[in-house]
Design a protein around this ligand. Sequence first.
Ligand SMILES: Cc1cc2nc3c(=O)[nH]c(=O)nc-3n(C[C@H](O)[C@H](O)[C@H](O)COP(=O)(O)OP(=O)(O)OC[C@H]3O[C@@H](n4cnc5c(N)ncnc54)[C@H](O)[C@@H]3O)c2cc1C
Length: 350
Amino acid sequence: MREFELIRDGGQPWDVVVVGGGTAGLSGALNLARVRRSVLVIDNGEPRNAPAAGAHGLLGREGISPLELLRLGREEVASYGGRVVSGQVAGISQDDVGFWVVTEGGQRVRTRRVLVTTGLVDALPDVPGLAERWGRDVLHCVYCHGWEVQDKLIGVLGNFHQALLFRQMSKDVTLFLHTGTTLTDEQWEQLAALGVSVVDGAAAGLEVNGQDRLTGVRLASGKVVPVQELVVAPRFLARAGFLRDLGVTMQEHPMGLGEQLRVDASGFTGVPGVWAAGNVSDVLAGVPVAAAAGTTAAAAIHMDLLKADAEAAARGAKGGGVFSGAMEAEVSRRVLGSRAHGLDPLPDTN
Ligand SMILES: Cc1cc2nc3c(=O)[nH]c(=O)nc-3n(C[C@H](O)[C@H](O)[C@H](O)COP(=O)(O)OP(=O)(O)OC[C@H]3O[C@@H](n4cnc5c(N)ncnc54)[C@H](O)[C@@H]3O)c2cc1C
């Protein structure tokens, strides 16, 4: 994608600027473009699942490369007249007319509504060498990777529930208590009954072979426990810092998994004109769920614009519009003052 001119043809504001061009953003943009909304997607090209080889659980496109899916999505948006451009949005401000969306590069764009679909950051456990392997043999999601790692030696770092999830995929599961994990008596019993090994002590590093494949977890004691895959529980942090001036609300995920934007079922943030969808407002959303949320938000935005346009049209028809008598009188008052209608003011008789 080339550098872009943010102004819409004719200098009018965009109906909708979508911030973030992942699954949620492109799905929203596609639906908006198809109902003849002018829509601009600004995306800085770092979708969360980029390190993964395939996007799984996606009916009809099972296992497609995440980047190929988005390439197709951009093409589809463009085919209906939507515009997708590269850029990083740094801030959004609001005035009487609508919103100014400002990029890191200092470009500004006017829009009537905003759809925020910037996803989240996975805050990974602080174990040396772990982040480099994220999405390859360091994993978090059984629905995304479980099938691919079945029957392997699977390590789980400090999370009882993930140990259960991955025990479904392999009988060789080891739970590393790592730092700060405590288990109830009931959990110990369940792990023992399911044949899950439990290893005490902090993980200090990862062992990798010459083919760049994970072979083990090194404990602080120096002992190495063999694993081929390591499952971790990142903290999910919505990418929403650039919305600080808008008054949106963040909330802790109900299961304590991270922070997300607070929205209603349509994706409305509570700030008039601003919707959100995908991982930024639902940290557990997979690709199909993010797509559905983008679609839902697009419908809500379209309805909001329809209402605003219908109300403005009715005001115009009643005589409150741009060319109404009332508006002309107001323009005359402001421009001509007492010389309205071409008459000079009466001479001061005092
Ligand atoms: C390793 C891994 C594997 C996964 N595998 C699967 C799987 O197999 N199946 C599945 O259903 N789900 C999977 N997921 C989950 C999947 O990644 C998410 O469901 C999906 O990415 C959510 O889409 P989104 O549009 O909300 O966010 P994203 O896909 O992250 O898209 C957000 C976009 O916004 C852009 N952006 C962020 N901030 C800004 C800004 N300020 N200005 C402009 N652009 C910005 C980003 O660069 C990005 O392009 C996986 C996740 C991970 C981490």
